[in-house]
Design a protein around this ligand. Structure first.
Ligand SMILES: [Cu+2]
Length: 277
């Protein structure tokens, strides 16, 4: 009976895993491909820890089994008292301590690097989360996002935009769709309209909470490959959380310029309506 229940649970697990991983259908047992320069740095730390702890795990389990067998019950053997070995104890305390300090300095160095000011040529995009989706605001041709404040957020002004700021006149907003050019630094400002959401892109190795009342401004990244990737909310933010996701399309610079055209005022069309005489 127990065996049956175990097999059934495993089969159900496989089924559910397959059903929920619509965006990713292969290599589900391992990490998704990494496509940001910072993600590659994160992976180096991950693999270092993975192989080191993996090797220590295998070695200690092997020794455990070996000594269990070697010193198994034997009527002829007499127990001997051993105080231990101070030299060995110093060695096996010092080595892990040095490794831990090394990991601390390594990851702390990366953390500081990830929080550097974004470069001058970065494209600044604002992502405002809400139950249950992501509003993505682009700066338009002037490269500047118009001012916005959380206090001004309302039903009619979802993002709390300041209508008097000329920088905002050419801004445009997409929903659950973020298109960015490959290789360019992308600076993402993160806000939330209601509860805590998250900006989680496994392929970027990037995860940042989006907190109502705050504009998180330290996240920026550079992608290395084109393709479509999932942006998911990773904070249990309500009943529709399971379905809160967006598509990030990473395209070539030419494709990005082409995509932008759909959202910008056409040159042949008058931008403002002519005033009646
Ligand atoms: Cu959410």
């Amino acid at each position: 009976m127990t065996l049956f229940v175990t097999i059934f649970a495993m089969a159900l697990g496989f089924f559910l895993m397959d059903a929920t991983a619509a965006g990713r259908t292969d290599n589900l047992w391992w990490l998704p491909p990494v496509i940001t320069t910072r993600g590659q740095e994160v992976d180096k730390v991950f693999y270092f820890i993975f192989w080191l702890t993996g090797a220590v795990f295998v070695a200690t389990q092997f020794l455990l089994i070996y000594y269990c067998v070697k010193y198994r019950f034997n009527r002829k053997r007499q127990a001997v008292y051993s105080h231990g070995n101070n030299k060995f104890e110093i060695v096996w305390t010092t080595i892990p301590t040095l490794i831990f300090f090394g990991l601390f300095f390594w990851s702390n160095h990366l953390w500081k690097e990830f929080h550097q000011t974004p470069p001058e040529d970065a494209i600044t995009i604002e992502v405002t989360a809400e139950q249950y989706g992501f509003n993505v605001r682009y700066p338009g041709p002037d490269g500047k996002l118009g001012a916005a404040s959380d206090v001004a957020m309302s039903k009619d002004n979802k993002l709390g935009l300041d209508a008097n700021d000329p920088a905002g006149a050419d801004d445009f907003v997409t929903y659950n769709d973020m298109t960015i050019p490959v290789g360019r630094p992308i600076h993402v400002l993160m806000r939330s309209r209601d509860v805590i959401h998250a900006f989680y892109v496994p392929s970027f190795r990037l995860y940042q909470d989006m907190v109502p009342g705050r504009t998180i401004d330290w996240v920026w990244f550079v992608t290395t490959e084109t393709g479509a990737y999932d942006l998911a909310c990773n904070q249990l933010c309500g009943a529709g959380h399971y379905n809160m996701k967006a598509k990030i399309s990473i395209v070539s610079d030419e494709e990005y310029q082409e995509w932008l055209k759909d959202f910008l005022p056409k040159p042949e069309q008058p931008v403002a309506m002519a005033q009646p005489q």
